[in-house]
Design a protein around this ligand. Structure first.
Ligand code: PLP
Length: 457
């Protein structure tokens, strides 16, 4: 779309020196010297970014990459989008921090979030801004559900990722991440997610009758399931870190029915899948399902500024002043950016662009899967796409090694992609939504060539 063409560096991708170049090496060495061992991303890609525009990023040695990562869905509206940037800088000059005293940008963003909220939440919701990260929003959602129900137990799903603070980590499924800290406190149970490619019940959709959702009902209904009625069920409408797992619509629909039947608040975590990522403002809209509480973060800060919050049904507005507090309960600059980003998306019909480009990209990848010996499955909605890499399409044996090879080859050719999945074997595409068709095609070509090279090796 014309509105998005001028937002990127021209000439991407452009590799002028094999990464990491000399300047990058120097900075990577400094990072290793001064920062702690928990630093993660540069161990996978030796990447030192310097400047980013739209869906392109320049590194410190002058290489320009196409961005299929968006800082994990943080830069949906494009890096340094000039229209959003102008409003952001204007706000930065005026006022930056107000605790939760009202301000124009704060109320503008809250109003817009209520206006774009899914289904029955639209114009019928309240917003509480949280701290800067998504994990804070998850903590707030759980606190609110517990406060409302006076219950303690939470039901989450296998393959989930909800963050790194104590409760958010407890709700996340990755054993390696949790093991050093268990027990993490809250009583949390995990049910199977609708991961049809690797169905834990070894059934096939639709003949399975969405058995995984039925299993949740079984847990609630059976007096001897061992699980007392939960304060909430928390679910990602499309699992991000889990491997871009897109459940059939019935999965969310059934969860909604079950939670209504048993009087359990349904929390939908839209931190990765929301803010236009799937071609709708929120991914749960594809299944026509409305949560009681929804978490938002990542791109809600408009231009990569940290901001998170919850949007919930007015009927759950039972907290009293001070029930949920914090110094950084929403930064005014991030709020101005967030409101400007929503306006930008509406004015440019960004969601239509996402839907169209997403369909085209999925088709390209599904065709590629037919001719590839390593692509087990391609799945996605809008511009949230996963490609599951396996050693053998028959046995579906996952391959972390092949996935890492493909990722590194893409990087060397000028494309940033990331991994996800239960076995780190899913190549994940999350480009800024403003990516043009031309940049998408170039990125796909790089992915294809990288895959082919790995197949030859
Ligand atoms: N929930 C989901 C679905 C996420 O994808 C993430 C992060 O990737 C989080 C929560 C945690 O957000 P943050 O990393 O900002 O704390």
């Amino acid at each position: 779309m014309d509105a998005f063409v001028s937002l990127h560096f021209s000439g991407a991708p452009k590799i002028v020196v094999e990464p990491p170049g000399p300047v990058a090496k120097e900075i990577l060495e400094k990072q290793e010297k001064y920062e702690g061992n928990a630093v993660l991303y540069p161990h996978t890609l030796p990447f030192v970014p310097e400047e980013a525009k739209g869906a392109t990023i320049k590194d410190v040695d002058g290489n320009i990459y196409i961005d299929f990562l968006s800082g994990i869905s943080v830069l949906n509206f494009g890096s340094s989008n000039p229209i959003i940037l102008e409003k952001t800088i204007e706000q930065l000059r005026k006022l930056t921090h107000t605790l939760d005293f009202p301000s124009k940008p704060r109320e503008e963003l809250a109003k817009r979030l209520v206006e774009i909220a899914p289904g029955e939440l639209k114009n019928n919701a309240k917003v509480i801004f949280g701290g800067p990260t998504g994990s804070d929003a998850v903590e707030a959602a759980i606190k609110l559900a517990k406060y409302c129900t006076k219950r303690y137990v939470i039901l989450a799903f296998e393959g989930s990722y909800h963050g790194q603070t104590t409760t958010a980590l407890a709700l996340s499924s990755g054993k390696k991440l949790k093991e050093p800290y268990t027990p993490l406190g809250p009583e949390i149970h995990f049910a199977p997610y609708a991961y049809c490619y690797r169905c834990p019940f070894k059934l096939e959709y639709p003949d399975c009758g969405v058995r995984c959702a039925g299993y949740v009902e079984h847990i609630l209904e059976d007096p001897n399931s061992g699980v007392t009625t939960p304060a909430a069920i928390i679910v990602e409408p499309i699992q991000g870190e889990g491997g871009i797992i897109v459940p059939p619509d019935e999965f969310l629909k059934k969860l909604r029915e079950i939670t209504k039947k048993y009087g359990i608040p349904l929390i939908i975590d839209e931190i990765q899948s929301g803010m236009g990522r799937t071609g709708k403002w929120f991914a749960c809209e594809h299944a026509n399902v409305t949560p009681d509480i929804m978490t938002v973060a990542k791109s809600v800060g408009g231009i990569g500024l940290p901001l998170a919050g919850i949007v919930y049904n007015k009927s759950l507005d039972v907290w009293v002043p001070g029930s949920h507090m914090g110094t950084f309960r929403g930064n005014v600059v991030a709020m101005a950016a967030g409101a400007a980003a929503i306006d930008f998306a509406n004015e440019t019909k960004l969601l239509d662009h996402v839907e169209k480009l997403g369909e085209k990209t999925l088709k390209y990848l599904k065709d590629l899967a037919e001719e590839s010996k390593y692509i087990g499955e391609v799945r996605g909605k809008g511009l949230m796409i996963g490609i599951e890499i396996v050693k053998d399409k028959e046995t579906k044996e996952p391959s972390k090694e092949l996935t890492a090879k493909i990722q590194l080859k893409c990087f060397k050719k000028g494309l940033i992609v990331w991994k996800a999945g239960h076995y780190a074997n899913v190549v994940r595409f999350l480009p800024p939504l403003v990516i043009t068709e031309e940049l998408m095609e170039k990125g796909l070509e790089i992915f294809r060539n990288s895959l082919k090279e790995v197949e030859k090796e």
